[in-house]
Design a protein around this ligand. Sequence first.
Ligand code: PLP
Length: 397
Amino acid sequence: MQIPMLDLKVQYESIREEVNAAIQNVLNNCNFIMGEDVKKLEQEVAAYCGTKFAVGVASGTDALLLSLIACGIKHGDGIITTPFTFIATTEAISKVRGQIIFVDIDPQTYNLDPEKVKEYIEEKCTFNAKTGQLENAQTRKPIKAIIPVHLYGHSANMDPIMELAKKYNLTVIEDCAQAIGAEYKGRKVGSIADVGCISFFPSKNLGCYGDGGMVVTNNDEIARKVRILRVHGCETKYYHLIDGFNSRLDTIQAAVLRVKLKYLTQWNDQRRQRGHLYNSLFSQQRAEVVTPLEADYTNHVFYAYTVRVSQRAELMEYLKNQGIPTMIYYPVPLHLQDVYKHLNYKRGDFPISEQLSDEVLSLPIYPELTEEQQEYIVEKIGEFDKVNSQTREPVNT
Ligand SMILES: *Cc1c(COP(=O)(O)O)cnc(C)c1O
């Protein structure tokens, strides 16, 4: 059996007529930039996420960048986030010349740990009541925001993060790139904090056929600023209020996304079913893997199905030879990346993120994955366990 890591072709086949018609419609109108489909998609995504506003942008990365600027984040401002994420989260911080402040993750959910954020604030910062600003006690630099990432499609624990934000006057930007449709206590991610950032990269749960992204918010000032920023800083063409960007969502991508959005609930449900099936297959087999937790405050939408294993490299090789591709999201936590050497973090600073980087392994998961394929994958992992049971160290949880 040869199983693909992701099968975009099968999905396209299932909606080919509708997608082709939607693209053809854009071609007929030749309204390629900011066409009708962009406006409609924005309304539909806002309704889906339960926010007042949604603003299409060129990518998830730009959604983060434009949100930070719209929230008033500037040179020197500290932003607290997780080191266990895709680098786009922190690139956006660097681009506004903010200061990246890493805090370790929760060992169960792999998301930013609110307890550790609190610890960082209480031990390393002072709150200046006069200015209403949280500051690093040593450098006196302001701390302005928190970016929780809903990693793998599992919501971060938002309530305690929002409480800290309220207490210390911090903006919260949700990185929803991997989690559109996931909920936190019944509310869609992206609608909980000040802003939510969505990616439509093709592999994401709602992917377009190129790059695309969206900012969702209930704050009309933030929405207005992002709308201005994405078109060279204008509200009226050729009247520039600020230095902006060229960061629009293409009409063709919006047209594709409008077709696909109709299926998102179904597709996310199918991902969930497959995630739960993996969990039960692994527990029946008593395999030497740690399966992902679904906290009771969320519905996991399984952008990734990620287990923790020992002897990861050997297992990957073994599975590859059996026609099973796997991925590591992510092999090096951000605080140990070359690009962030200047931040002076070292190994040992964030032990949970470091341990997970060594142990995580993501298996194929998508709506089109069959039960037979899942059984095969779990069976092969079980086989590997048997062969290696003498030498294998159990994963330490
Ligand atoms: C994919 C991703 C992004 C960036 O989205 P793009 O659309 O690829 O720019 C940001 N954050 C996380 C966590 C992601 O997975």
